[in-house]
Write a protein that binds this ligand. Structure first.
Ligand code: BES
Ligand code: MN
Ligand code: MN
Length: 455
């Protein structure tokens, strides 16, 4: 049986296994789920052993384990390092928008609905199942190493030292990552750039403890107010970031890149229908798709202070907290940006309160070479798997470890994403289309065959 027949005849089994994996609520950012995160790692370990990987190991870290696996039985053939993540985002569904239990996957209208369906359990399993099919059919054209981490959604803190300390062991001819998306299944696209990130927390403190707002309001600077005053200064009226130095290292967009990107525009109307907002917003002088791909941003991710429970409570809160993240583009440095934001907040903090800015996590931006042999093979593979030649896009999201892998291993990266723009990752009703799973399997099989032939 060839590997294509193998995936066709094993479709139902693959789906059962994906459902099993999706049932584990491996939310890496919430400590009460630490045992579930470990369970997902152990599930993967057993699974990778089951498909015939010869060396499988749980690498312990200060937090969640890294799953490492190898099969090096094709001497002389190229080696592929496959990266993925088995952790998922929290559910956070105050308005009850999930139509089914996020950890009880269901197949509805050709889509698999569950937290992690596309990000990244479904996509990681696509890679694993392709390798299973190649091994089972005795037609393995490559050597393979898997690194599957459990902390991507919380910034990959413990993966950085692992990559740095194990560069030799991880050595590969190409790095493959299925953790991005396509425009849609009818308009396949390959991601060649991701933004970096600097994720921060800004805390403003005033009185020692919460005060009666009638007894002290008007004479004590309210920390919630002081915080929003600072935050409000971080953009100008048109949406440009005002933090001094923020844009200093940002490159101009080349005419060539602009033209490539213009093949996959995001018209305002589409943005409105995708998100439900009444109008687009953002930096003047750039099309919407350019703002997402080539421009850095500063976002307020969350804001907490004072009474937010039921009813009214007249309180002057002792502190206020904002979660703020910057998406970064080529040549910006996350640590430098953190320093700029910290200095800005310091300079804008009035003497009536105190403030502190903390860096929670960071990741480098990444741009991959469009002209590498591997990228050319990927284009062919997508055409085979999805019936159309894909376009190139740069994504607004981040996968923090990509830049570090590129640098440590000095190998080309191929971002073989199989998700779609409307998969609702991180939101309610996250999904992964069955057709993307199947097309992704065919694409991956073809890609490894092509890579192997070139060995
Ligand atoms: N898979 C996503 C990143 C992504 C999504 C890339 C869509 C391209 C298109 C990843 O799991 C993710 O969510 N990353 C976080 C990074 C962070 C928590 C450090 C992100 O981008 O917010
Ligand atoms: Mn992901
Ligand atoms: Mn994610």
């Amino acid at each position: 049986m060839n590997p294509y027949e193998y995936v066709e005849t094993h479709r139902d089994a693959f789906l059962d296994e994906l459902f099993e994996f999706l049932r584990i609520p491996s939310i890496s950012t919430l400590s009460e789920h630490a045992a579930d995160v470990r369970r997902a790692a152990e599930w993967l370990k057993a699974h990778l052993e089951g498909i015939g990987m010869t060396h499988v190991e749980l690498v312990e870290t200060a937090r969640h384990p890294i799953v490492y696996a190898e099969w090096l039985g094709a001497p002389g053939a190229p080696t592929v390092l496959i990266y993925g993540h088995y952790d998922v985002q929290p559910v956070d569904d105050p308005e009850g928008q999930w139509q089914s239990d996020p950890f009880e996957p269901v197949l509805r209208d050709g889509n698999i609905y569950a937290r992690g369906a596309t990000d990244d359990k479904g996509q990681t399993l696509t890679q694993i199942k392709a390798i299973q099919a190649l091994l089972a059919s005795g037609q393995m054209p490559i050597n393979v190493k898997f690194v599957i981490e459990g902390e991507e959604e919380s910034g990959s803190d413990n993966l950085y030292p692992f990559v740095d300390q194990n560069a030799e062991r991880l050595a590969a001819d190409v790095i493959v990552i299925s953790d991005t998306g396509m425009k849609s299944i009818d308009r396949p696209s390959v991601v060649y750039g991701l933004r970096g990130i600097a994720y921060m927390e800004i805390e403003v403190r005033g009185p020692r403890q919460d005060l009666h707002s009638g007894m002290y309001g008007g004479v004590v600077h309210n920390p919630a107010q002081a915080l929003v005053e600072i935050l409000a200064k971080m953009h100008d009226e048109q949406g440009r970031v005002t933090v001094p130095g923020f844009y200093d290292r940002v490159d101009e967009v080349s005419a060539e890149e602009r033209a490539e990107l213009a093949k996959t525009p995001l018209p305002e109307e589409q943005l409105r229908s995708e998100t439900g907002v009444p109008a687009a917003w953002g930096e003047p002088g750039f099309a919407i798709h350019e703002r997402l791909a080539f421009r850095p941003t500063l976002e307020i991710n969350g804001l907490v202070s004072g009474w937010t429970g039921e009813g009214a409570k007249t309180v002057l809160p002792a502190k206020a907290l904002a979660k703020v993240s910057c998406r970064l583009v080529p040549r910006q440095d996350p640590h430098e940006i953190f320093g700029l934001v910290r200095d800005f907040v310091r300079a804008q903090t009035p003497p009536t309160v105190t403030s502190e800015v903390r860096l929670l996590h960071h990741g480098m931006w990444a741009v991959v070479d469009l002209k590498s042999r591997e990228m050319q093979a990927a284009l062919q593979a997508y055409e085979f798997g999805f019936g159309k030649r894909p376009t190139f896009v740069r994504e607004g999201g981040s996968v923090p470890i990509v830049g570090a892998l590129q640098r440590a291993l000095q190998a080309p990266v191929v971002l073989m994403g199989f998700g779609q723009q409307d998969d609702n990752l991180h939101g309610p009703n996250e999904k992964f289309a069955l057709a993307c799973f199947e097309g992704g399997l065919r694409t991956t099989l073809r890609f490894y065959e092509l890579i192997g032939q070139r060995g």
